[in-house]
Write a protein that binds this ligand. Structure first.
Ligand code: NAP
Ligand code: ZN
Length: 349
């Protein structure tokens, strides 16, 4: 075990504060990395507010991690000291169940999340990327293509794969009309990926001021979702709608926008259950589905696709010391379009 500096929340809604945590020593198959950048996902905010209930404290959030390898175990084959590497939401799984064998580690009943999962080696719970360094099994460490800007690549590790995975599963491409609901961290990457896949992209937003950004990011159309006339005009026209909204909203209105047999796929995690009317669902045989991050192989595929198509997040980089300011602004919707924490200043404190 060794000590590592980190930022943690001591209780639900408490501001994050500097602390020292324990990390395990590097095992045979482990990679130790110094964290360079860590994105702030709305899921980090949900968790520090304990929006879903049952969160454990003290909590060290952070699951969009890019770092530099400083040490590798004797049996590590994919990484060497000095490599740039990345870690997302997952740091382990049982590797034996049918989900793991199919590349769906995110659905493994014994998956270990990078933070807030039981830590079987050290006791307590796992600690995430708001920390100077971490130790992760090499099978859960991703390669970062050298073309990618490191700070802007960090959000790909959660936001990127969360939107890429359903776009691929629903075979989005040329000829698809895609709606992206909510232009935040996930939404702006969904626009970029869907555009790169050749789809016609429309953004559905509550914020009319985001129109120019949506068009710049690759959308062909912008619909202000509070404008009932504009929504009516789009009824029955979408093949696929990706709902990235973090708060309470009306999914029935989205079902009405889908064409016959079209899909509304929920990735946003509003804490309260969302009422679904039977009529908007049965009329037009609509599909309502969900999706959760992506497996390890798919995350690597997404990073390689991002490098090939020049896709990274639009980021505002702040030093870790400003993490509470970033959380406050994310909660107020004041973010274009992802905060990324520069973790390097933690080393010198
Ligand atoms: P974000 O940056 O805060 O973006 C969310 C966007 O949703 C906002 O920018 C806003 O867009 C819209 N919005 C927020 N509240 C709304 C409301 N009450 N009604 C309508 N629109 C609203 O958050 P994010 O990091 O992209 O995360 C989005 C959600 O996905 C969160 O709930 C997060 O926990 C979840 N998530 C899920 C997964 C998964 O695997 N399923 C992975 C990562 C994150 P406009 O201003 O354009 O309306
Ligand atoms: Zn996330």
């Amino acid at each position: 075990m060794y000590d590592a500096k980190a930022y943690s929340a001591s209780a639900a809604k408490a501001p994050l504060a500097p602390t020292t945590i324990q990390r395990r020593d590097v095992g045979e198959r482990d990679v130790r990395l110094d964290v360079l950048y860590c994105g702030i996902c709305h899921s980090d905010l949900h968790q520090v507010k304990d929006d879903f209930g049952g969160a454990g404290f003290p909590m060290v959030p952070g699951h969009e991690i890019v770092g530099k390898v400083t040490r590798v175990g004797a049996k590590v084959t994919k990484f060497k000291e000095g490599d740039i590497a990345a870690v997302g939401c997952l740091v382990d799984s049982d590797r034996t169940c049918s989900e793991c064998k199919s590349g769906f580690e995110q659905f493994c009943a014994n998956r270990v999340l990078v933070f807030n999962s039981p830590d079987e080696l050290l006791g307590g719970q796992t600690y995430g990327g708001f920390s100077e360094s971490m130790v992760v099994d090499e099978d859960f460490v991703l390669r970062v293509p050298s073309k990618l800007d490191l700070a802007a690549a960090a959000p790909l590790l959660c936001a990127g794969v969360t939107v890429y995975s359903p776009l691929r599963y629903w075979k989005i491409g040329k000829g698809s009309k895609v709606g992206v609901v909510g232009l935040g961290g996930l939404g702006h990457l969904a626009v970029k990926f869907a555009h790169a896949l050749g789809a016609h992209v429309a953004v559905l937003t509550t914020s009319a001021r985001k129109k120019d950004d949506a068009l710049r990011l690759g959308a062909e159309e912008v619909i202000v979702s509070t404008d009932t006339e504009a929504m009516k005009k789009q009824a029955g026209s979408f093949d696929f709608i990706l709902d990235t909204v973090s708060g309470e909203h009306d999914v029935n209105a989205l079902l009405q926008l889908a064409r016959r047999d079209g899909s509304v796929v929920v990735v946003g995690l509003p804490p309260k259950p969302m009422p679904i009317g039977a009529f908007p669902l049965v009329a037009g045989r609509k599909h309502l589905s969900g999706s959760n991050i992506g497996g390890i192989a798919e995350t690597q595929e997404m990073l390689d696709f991002a490098a090939e198509h020049g896709i990274t997040a639009d980021v505002e980089v702040l030093p870790i010391q400003k993490v509470n300011e970033a959380f406050d602004r994310l909660e107020r919707g004041d973010v274009k379009y992802r905060f990324v924490l520069d973790m390097r200043p933690l080393k010198s404190t």
